[in-house]
Design a protein around this ligand. Structure first.
Ligand SMILES: Nc1nc2c(ncn2[C@@H]2O[C@H](COP(=O)(O)OP(=O)(O)OP(=O)(O)O)[C@@H](O)[C@H]2O)c(=O)[nH]1
Length: 604
């Protein structure tokens, strides 16, 4: 197969606010384009494809190559690179963008520009991408394409008058988008003859092929047998196969050269060796310096994960190890809790990442988990000069050993219609936000700028924002750094015993209020037993709040008057079901939900 010339390649991504139709448009583009160029159809590529089909590899790749026959009669290769759409994965988004030459901006004709529309466009412009807008969902009765076009021009400042007005759902005018990709996204450049320089924008682990590295070749050429080196991690391997991903399968090809996007396999054992953002070069003929911007991503949110059934501890470890093969940003280390036994302290990029991993562990690995409330990383400056990064509240040193503490802050942008500005400012105030300013982007919409502690955001901030704006506010944030703050550890005692897994760090000023609400919440969650159970909140041994779970008088079966046996059995079954998710602490049983109570203190 001969090398495809750069003039006929387009590397791009689709950016959008959540739900504006990114995935639907991607599916349409794939549907309306072909798999192979006419030249490839005649070559041996097809045989290779058959092979792949038999092996049945079903990895969802982050990039898809399709072939489009344009109105000018030429065939173009489209490499559509997927970008994760959530702030948790900000760094991955930025690496995916760095692999593209242009971006399609999808804006919902009924919703208009939203916080992540702006954030994504700025990120794309930072990477020097050519961005062209597409107005989607024009089939909706509430669509206002003209207003949205004006908004894009006023707010973002990019030309939108001629933007295709499409419905990704019905397929209306998607053909215009295909032509715009050819004309508005620049062809790649780079020299296939110089030393190899390729950017890794994704990597996945496959038990058959090992690690599959997705990359954009910036300079040079790579083929089977090339000895490659990852510049940041230092890993070296010989290339086993190169190719691209099309129509749901891997299609091997002879070589990948400057301007192309594709995959490399090289019997790499762990995705940690091929990290997103790293540069691949030729070990025998290395490039001078790596591509800019490699950054090791660090978890921002930690929580404890324990098997509901203590005997499943080894299963949980195996499952975490397997997930980590595909997800280098997941971290975990063993920890023990007096209340929960053996488990792991796990680190995540954010709450969404945590939820995804938790769900996968439960669904794919069939594990029942008890998860403790998430915590951010606090910096504890000790009196002896030592600084520790605290990921587990239970490990907080004695107050006498602490000089001061720092907590992570974020820079948030909240976009909201004017009628809700007051309500949202109140919310930010309650969450210790520092007001930075506001600007109107239209007569009725504004962007609020705040600095907020990360720890106030991980607790249901998003839900509170939506409910206080009736769904009209949208939100985006990035890390700002650390700031000194008065923080204390709030301990919870159940039946006079401290439950380490329920401790959390809280701002001193909110400690009393949080402690009281936590006790109230736990009172609802902990089932009555045959004796009275006091629930107390304490700071440094001093009790600040108390509630009591009253003793149970009758047992569950008492209601059944001895008669209906099937009803009796049902009740017992129900009790058993409930038991699985319980944790025995001293002589009190605490349900799994209680460990997450701290996250739900604000919903009233
Ligand atoms: N009426 C209408 N609905 C659409 C159109 N395009 C997408 N949708 C719907 O909008 C919803 C969101 O579409 P997605 O394609 O999943 O949006 P997305 O931007 O990929 O969302 P995330 O994956 O959450 O980032 C889905 O229910 C789609 O069916 C359209 O042109 N018209």
């Amino acid at each position: 197969m001969s090398v495809i010339d750069q003039k006929h390649i387009r590397n791009f991504c689709i950016i959008a606010h959540i739900d504006h139709g990114k995935s639907t448009l991607a599916d349409r583009i794939i549907e309306e384009t072909g798999l192979l160029t006419s030249r490839e159809m005649q070559s041996q590529v097809l045989d290779n494809m058959e092979l792949e089909r038999e092996r049945g590899i079903t990895i969802k790749a982050q990039t898809v190559r399709t072939v489009y026959k344009a109105k000018d009669g030429e065939e173009y290769i489209f490499n559509l690179i997927d970008t994760p759409g959530h702030v948790d994965f900000n760094y991955e988004v930025s690496r995916s963008l760095a692999a593209c030459d242009g971006a399609i901006l999808v804006v919902d004709a009924a919703q208009g520009v939203e916080a992540q529309t702006l954030a994504n466009v700025y990120l794309a412009l930072d990477h020097d991408l050519d961005v062209f807008p597409v107005i989607n969902k024009v089939d909706l009765p509430s669509a206002e394409p003209e207003r949205v076009i004006e908004e894009i021009e006023d707010v973002i400042g990019i030309e939108a008058t001629d933007a295709p007005q499409i419905s990704a759902k019905t397929g209306l005018h998607v053909d215009q988008v295909l032509e715009e990709i050819v004309h508005k996204i620049p062809a790649p450049n780079g020299d296939p003859q110089v030393p190899l320089q390729a950017l890794i924008f994704d990597s996945v682990y496959d038990s058959y092929k090992g690690v599959i590295v997705f990359c954009r070749i910036k300079e040079g050429t790579v083929k089977k047998g090339t000895k490659i080196q990852m510049m940041a991690t230092g890993a070296r391997e010989e290339v086993v196969e190169v190719g691209y991903f099309g129509a749901g399968r891997f299609i091997p090809c002879e070589e990948l050269s400057a301007g192309m996007v594709g995959y490399i396999t090289a019997s790499i054992k762990n995705v940690k060796d091929a990290r997103v953002g790293d540069t691949v070069t030729d070990a025998n003929r290395p490039c001078e310096k790596p591509l800019p911007g490699y950054k090791k991503v660090n978890p921002m949110v930690y929580c404890g994960m324990y098997p509901a059934d203590g005997a499943k501890y080894p299963d949980l470890r195996d499952a975490l190890e397997k997930l980590q093969l595909n997800d280098a940003s997941l971290q975990f280390e063993p920890e023990t809790s007096i209340a929960l036994g053996f488990g792991f302290r796990c680190g995540f990029l954010g709450l969404l990442h945590l939820e995804i991993i938790q769900e996968r562990l439960e669904r794919e690995y069939n594990l029942d988990l008890v998860t403790t409330a998430p915590s951010v990383i606090y910096k504890v400056h000790k009196t002896n000069g030592e600084v520790i990064e605290l990921t587990n509240p239970s490990n907080l040193p004695e107050p006498s050993e602490i000089e001061y503490m720092e907590e992570p802050m974020v820079k948030a942008e909240i976009m909201v219609t004017s009628e809700f500005i007051g309500a949202i400012m109140d919310l930010c105030q309650e969450r210790r936000g520092e007001y930075q300013g506001m600007e109107y982007i239209e007569a009725t919409r504004a962007v609020l700028h705040y600095h907020l502690p990360l720890n106030e955001i991980i607790y249901d901030f998003f839900d509170a924002l939506k409910s206080r704006s009736r769904g009209y506010a949208s939100f985006d944030y990035e890390m700002l750094g650390y700031q000194q703050s008065s923080l204390v550890k709030l301990d919870i005692l159940v039946n006079k015993e401290e439950v380490d897994a329920l401790s959390f760090i809280v701002f001193e000023g909110s400690a009393y209020d949080r402690g009281r609400r936590m006790c109230e919440k736990l009172k609802e969650e902990i089932p009555r037993q045959l004796f009275e159970i006091p629930i107390q909140a304490a700071i440094g041994g001093k009790i600040i709040a108390r509630e009591t779970v009253k003793a149970l008088r009758k047992d569950v079966l008492a209601k059944c008057y001895g008669g209906d046996i099937s009803r009796k059995r049902k009740l017992l079954e129900k009790q058993k079901e409930g038991k699985k998710r319980m944790r025995q602490v001293g002589n009190v049983e605490i349900p799994q939900k209680a460990f997450m109570s701290v996250l739900k203190l604000d919903d009233k």
